[in-house]
Design a protein around this ligand. Structure first.
Ligand SMILES: Nc1ncnc2c1ncn2[C@@H]1O[C@H](COP(=O)(O)OP(=O)(O)OP(=O)(O)O)[C@@H](O)[C@H]1O
Length: 787
């Protein structure tokens, strides 16, 4: 058996040596009683304790869980799965074709790495997969004496930190990338150790690694809180924008990614809002709102980019068609969409914390991944994550028949042709998965099927609750399932009785996907585990990706013939043009990801410093070792360097920052003698601190007080900083067309902002320490009021 494309022969030999050892151990393991097999876990843990070496445990640990899987799950991992497991233990990405059984593969390295007692996490792209895999694999881990936690989002219920901590403390945790990311950010907003719940990041396996590490990485995670001043312009401006027409009141760029008012539109706006000059600086808010509303109406389409569910605008993940939990558009765009859809306008929140997936996963000591489609992006994966992609052969040859695309000129032709195929296959009883690129198109197909009286299920963002049931039925005789790309990854459709004889599942794609990997994943719902299967894609020149990413010539051709379409598939030349459009879309995705990553560099450096400092304070035990007086002195010295200082300013500084009650005459505040002045100010501060000491009887109370003052200062200024950087980024992005290097400019500004934040932070800490008041409660505990 050959693992292709190994970067070096050493990996190849090592993997095979390990596989041979594991196979060699198999008969011995098979002879063990259940109890003897189960006792292995404790034995391995003990040995790890002695040696701190997981590699030497690999053959036995893999052989043990392999045998246990046979007994508990009635599935014996094939050699190729063992190979995939070894690759992942080594911290690489295993590329195993769709349906080869990655869920079972992952348990081997997870079991081995959990023996260290350090955090061992499996991340999947969505909650359906996390829960499904956790549920299926739980009996196996428990048989071997390891605990499994499944961490999915809180939903309506608020989950307390203790409960989260209990899940993360399990030996192995299954979760999603979004939940893990948000948990990490929330954990770093905790004000004391009892609210912290995350473990130190050790080992993670990323399922569907390319989707998570690449596709999801195009949008950073942002936690919002603390509303901004709410604007009342959204509805007003929306009413205006709906009166405008394309190419009259506003224009869109070629790729339909940018939109602006035409000069007629500007005149119209000036009349509508009774302003003389719209671009006068006093109307910037109005202009901003008009831009947001224009974008809401032209660049965001209901049932494509978002859906309206229970009176809320919910964003959709373009990659997998699912609702993006806890995510809203920033900078007022979400509110503009709400105005467009006439639902309640939610407050526009400030960004409080943010991180990209790239930087989240870099926090782990070891990362590994698996996917059916990663090899093509290996360069980027090595570049960004230093992970190699090793391809594992299939257990049985793939039998699926993949037919070439059928390209039509217009959408109606495409719909008709694809429906013809559906009818033909359905007549034979072969189950069909009809895959669409948007909710909207899935609803259109549902209507067409209804008209043909073909019973079917629809799986899209509106009915995700029924997902498991729909998937269960999807492989049965005669079943037709219309699904968005929700059914594109990880979904395991099991074939019903007699279906293999009919050719297995037929996947019919109805749109060219944003990238080739999404397409392969969809095809991969059929022909799993060596089963028969069929796949074919229908495309039209009106598909979004073709319109956006193919040249002028195609557009001209389309315009010329669209009113009298040929009603037959276009030739091979057009298939190539469509392929090319997909390649361009992929390249645009990659450059977008690199841009996101380079923007995050500045935030990353700052975030690491801040989080480190917070953790130092939070977890500091015993006496509080931070040079409080040093901090105070620094601020005083910085203040005394203010140009043109006068006694009045010094007095203000004292009352604003050091003491409300200091009695000091202006005469004493001689600005010509800074050293003396410094001593006076330090004396005032010391005096205030001493007053506090009266309440802070024990060292622990004192430590708590100092910690709280400093943490509060860090958080207030850091949250402000995150928001500033987020706005700065949006501003820089809006100006990318200009000649300057936007990322460089952003880093420069971000660095300046950081310096300002440090000063603010120090000043706030000073105020918290000196101007707060402490009262003792009846039970002896303290209440602290901050100014
Ligand atoms: N060793 C095995 N013996 C028998 N059946 C297996 C074995 N491994 C996996 N399977 C079955 O193969 C099917 C596919 O497995 P799974 O869904 O994990 O594939 P996958 O590689 O994750 O696919 P995808 O790339 O689509 O996510 C499942 O029904 C699973 O039960």
């Amino acid at each position: 058996m050959k693992i292709s494309n190994l970067v070096d022969q050493k990996d190849y030999r090592q993997i095979h040596r390990q596989l041979n050892k594991i196979n060699h151990l198999a008969p011995t393991m098979a002879e063990l009683s259940d109890a003897q097999l189960q006792a292995k876990t404790a034995e391995f843990k003990e040995r790890y304790h002695q040696t701190h070496d997981l590699d030497s445990l690999l053959p036995e640990a893999f052989a043990t869980i392999r045998e246990a899987a046979k007994r508990v799950l009635k599935m014996y991992p094939y050699d190729v799965q063992v190979i995939g497991g070894i690759i992942m233990h080594m911290g690489n990405i295993a590329e195993m074709k769709t349906g080869e059984g990655k869920t079972l593969t992952a348990v081997m390295p997870l079991y081995l790495n959990a023996l260290s007692g350090e955090s061992t996490i499996l991340v999947t792209p969505n909650e359906y997969l996390a829960s499904r895999d956790a549920e299926e694999m739980k009996p196996l881990y428990e048989f071997l004496g390891l605990s499994l936690g499944c961490r999915v989002s809180d939903g309506e219920r608020r989950i307390e930190p203790e409960e989260k901590r209990a899940i993360y403390q399990k030996d192995i945790v299954y979760t999603t990338n979004a939940v893990l990311g948000f948990d990490y950010l929330i954990d770093n907003l905790a004000e004391n150790a009892t609210k912290k719940f995350m473990p130190d990041f050790n080992y993670v396996i990323i399922d569907e690694a390319d989707a998570i590490l690449l596709d999801s990485a195009q949008t950073p995670l942002i936690i919002s809180g603390a509303p901004r001043v709410q604007s009342n312009l959204y509805e007003l401006v929306d009413n205006f924008v709906v009166t405008l027409k394309e190419d009259e009141g506003y224009s869109l760029d070629e790729k339909r990614e940018g939109v602006w008012l035409t000069s007629a539109g500007i005149d119209e706006a000036e009349r509508y809002f009774s302003v003389e000059d719209l671009y006068d600086s006093k109307h910037t808010e109005l202009v901003k709102h008009i831009e947001l509303a224009l974008k809401a109406h032209t660049l965001f389409e209901n049932e494509k980019e978002y859906v309206v569910r229970a009176g809320k605008v919910c964003l959709l993940d373009r990659q997998d068609g699912r609702i993006l939990e806890m995510t809203k558009l920033q900078g007022g765009q979400h509110q503009a969409l709400e105005a467009k859809e006439h639902v309640e306008i939610t407050p526009n929140m400030r960004a409080m914390a943010s991180i990209t997936y790239q930087n989240l996963f870099k926090l782990f000591k070891k990362t590994a991944g698996m996917s059916g489609t990663a090899k093509t992006q290996e360069d980027e994966l090595i570049d960004v994550y230093q992970m190699k992609v090793l391809q594992v052969p299939t257990n049985n040859p793939v039998q699926r028949v993949d037919e070439p695309d059928e390209v039509y000129l217009t959408l109606p032709e495409k719909l008709r042709a694809s429906m013809e195929l559906v009818k033909k296959l359905h007549a034979t009883g072969q189950p069909i998965l009809l895959a669409t690129g948007s909710v909207e198109l899935s609803e259109i197909y549902s209507q067409l099927l209804l008209a043909e009286k073909i019973p079917h299920n629809v799986l899209n963002a509106y009915n995700d609750a029924k997902e498991a049931q729909i998937i269960k039925e999807a492989g049965q005789y005669g079943s037709v399932t219309v699904a968005t790309s929700m059914a594109g990854r990880g979904t395991d459709i099991k074939l019903g009785e007699g279906v293999a004889k009919l050719g297995g599942l037929a996947v019919i794609g109805t749109e060219k996907m944003l990238n080739k990997r999404m397409e392969l994943q969809l095809r991969g719902r059929a022909g799993r585990q060596g089963d028969p299967g069929f796949s074919k894609f229908f495309v039209s020149l009106e598909d979004e990706i073709v319109q956006k990413y193919s040249g002028k010539k195609i557009e001209k051709y389309w315009r010329k013939h669209k009113d009298d379409p040929p009603n037959r598939p276009l030739g091979a030349r057009y298939r190539r043009i469509v392929q090319n459009a997909q390649v361009v879309s992929e390249m645009s995705g990659e450059s977008q990801r690199r841009l996101v990553l380079s923007f995050d560099e500045s935030v990353k450096t700052q975030r690491e410093m801040i989080y480190q400092q917070r953790n130092d304070f939070i977890f500091q035990k015993g006496e509080f070792s931070y040079d409080i007086m040093g901090l105070i002195e620094k601020d005083i010295v910085a203040f005394l360097k203010t140009p043109d200082l006068d006694a009045q300013a010094v007095k203000r500084y004292i009352f604003d920052n050091l003491s409300y009650t200091a009695k000091i005459s202006s005469k004493k505040l001689d600005v010509t003698q800074p050293d003396k002045l410094k001593e006076i100010l330090l004396g005032i501060a010391q005096n205030e601190l001493r007053k506090k000491d009266k309440f802070l009887k024990t060292a622990a109370q004192k430590a708590d007080f100092y910690r709280l003052c400093l943490l509060k200062a860090i958080d207030t200024s850091w949250i402000e900083e995150v928001d500033t950087l987020e706005q700065l980024k949006n501003l820089t992005l809006a100006r990318t067309s200009s000649q300057r290097n936007p990322v460089f400019e952003y880093h420069f500004e971000a660095q300046k902002a950081y310096q300002v934040m440090r000063q603010n932070m120090r000043r706030l800490a000073l105020q918290n320490l000196l101007l707060s008041t402490i009262t003792v409660k009846k039970d002896g505990s303290l209440d602290i009021y901050f100014a």
